[in-house]
Design a protein around this ligand. Structure first.
Ligand SMILES: Cc1ncc(COP(=O)(O)O)c(C=O)c1O
Length: 396
């Protein structure tokens, strides 16, 4: 059999392209900002993870340009050998101080961080336990490890305990959860998770890709939001969202970080974060430290959007802990309806992300909208009016 046979078969992507409903790979012709030029037209951006709006911040941009000039375009090798800049060490030290954990390891993407952390720590006789709605990179990290992966129903603590009871007392166990869930925008039940971890002798890792810069004291993330910094053993995070760059990290005790540094294959065998990206992450972190009010401002705008959407008759997925995260999914339920409305909203000048099964359960498709600290209320009103007009008036 020809291994390429599957590539020629009919697929949803091919069908959607034929019907003019294909929603992916729209190209930007401008900076990633609150308003963008996309395929020749102005669109209000309600679909990026640029939560603090720092991708266009003059201080941050200048830091990237200067690093490019000073260090050149890339490092050409891994941190382990020829790819460590003093700036990588500076970034790790600053991040450790900010997050109040002394062991920091960085990878070239957030995705790679999850692959690298989990595959390094979860050995042959260990268990890793995942919330069903965890990010794909966590699942792939589990697959790459030699341990056994078990899953519990989304944020269901009874189910988590049932799963924990299956782990032999002699085995090591790591519970991994998104801090803020990337699609649903809800927050992990960390107090309950940490209590169960203590009861069953497990360790806790939180993927804070969407929590850093968003929740907690000065944007320190989900553990800080709950006052559980001492009970969460590992934070994983990314530089690609609030910190406006590319790359990822783990924050833990120095011993755990040192172990991972010497065993994580995606760390040892992949080129380090390029100079401009490293400088941008560093400058964004510095900016966040100088502006601890930004995450609170983002949350108040997110609350404005939550009220604005429901007030316009739209059904949104609530944030479980009632904290207004900047990820607001609007229920559209059915796949083709979701694609239809998202195309119409896009044509009317607003960019949102349609989220379809298998990323959601069947019949629970969504429009994922996300918000930035640099959005104005006027811009949000304009976007919400368009969304409501398409979804409520035209599709009643
Ligand atoms: C929860 C979560 N973890 C990890 C990642 C991967 O991060 P990156 O895009 O920086 O590789 C993402 C990105 O979408 C994410 O949402």
């Amino acid at each position: 059999m020809d291994i390429f046979e599957k590539c020629e078969k009919p697929s949803l992507a091919k069908e959607l392209k034929e019907k003019g409903l294909y929603p992916y790979f729209h190209a930007l012709e401008s900076r990633q900002d609150v308003e963008v030029m996309m395929e020749g037209k102005r669109r209000i951006m309600l679909g990026s993870n640029n939560y603090l709006g720092l991708t266009t911040n003059p201080e941050v941009v200048e830091a990237g340009v200067k690093a490019l000039e000073k260090y050149g375009t890339g490092c050409s090798g891994s941190r382990f050998l020829n790819g460590t800049l003093e700036m990588h060490l500076e970034l790790e030290e600053k991040l450790g101080k900010f997050l109040r954990k002394d062991g920091i390891v960085t990878w070239s993407t957030g995705f790679q961080s999850n692959l690298g952390i989990i595959s390094s720590l979860v050995g042959m006789h260990d268990y890793v336990i995942c919330d069903r709605e965890n990010h794909a990179s966590i699942y792939d990290g589990c697959k790459l490890s030699y341990g056994k992966m078990l899953r519990y129903k989304h944020s269901d603590m009874v189910d988590l305990e049932r799963v924990l009871q299956k782990v032999p007392e002699t085995a090591g166990c790591l519970i991994v959860t998104d801090g803020v869930f990337s699609m649903g925008g809800d927050i992990a039940k960390l107090p309950e998770i940490c209590a169960l971890a203590k009861k069953y002798g497990a360790r806790v890792m939180v993927d804070d890709a969407h929590g850093l810069g968003v929740l907690g004291e000065g944007g320190r993330g989900t553990a800080s939001h709950f006052g559980l910094e001492d009970q969460v053993d590992i934070y994983m995070g990314t530089f690609s969202k609030s910190l406006a760059s590319l790359g990822g990290y783990m924050a833990s005790s120095p011993a755990v970080a040192e172990y991972v540094r010497h065993t994580s294959r995606p760390f040892i065998f992949s080129a380090s974060i390029p100079p401009a990206n490293c400088a941008v992450a560093l400058a964004s972190l510095t900016y966040l430290e100088k502006h601890p009010e930004l995450p609170a401002h983002l949350r108040s705008l997110s609350q404005y959007a939550r009220e604005g959407l429901t007030g316009r008759g739209l059904k949104i997925r609530e944030s479980a802990a009632n904290v207004p995260t900047p990820i607001i999914p609007i229920y559209t339920y059915e796949t083709y309806h979701t694609l239809d409305v998202s195309r119409e909203i896009y044509e009317r000048g607003v960019y949102v992300n349609p989220t379809l099964p298998p990323a959601t359960p069947e019949g629970e498709a969504l429009l994922r909208t996300s918000y930035m600290a640099t959005h104005t209320k006027a811009l949000l009103d304009e976007a919400m009016d368009i969304i409501a007009d398409v979804m409520v008036k035209n599709h009643e």
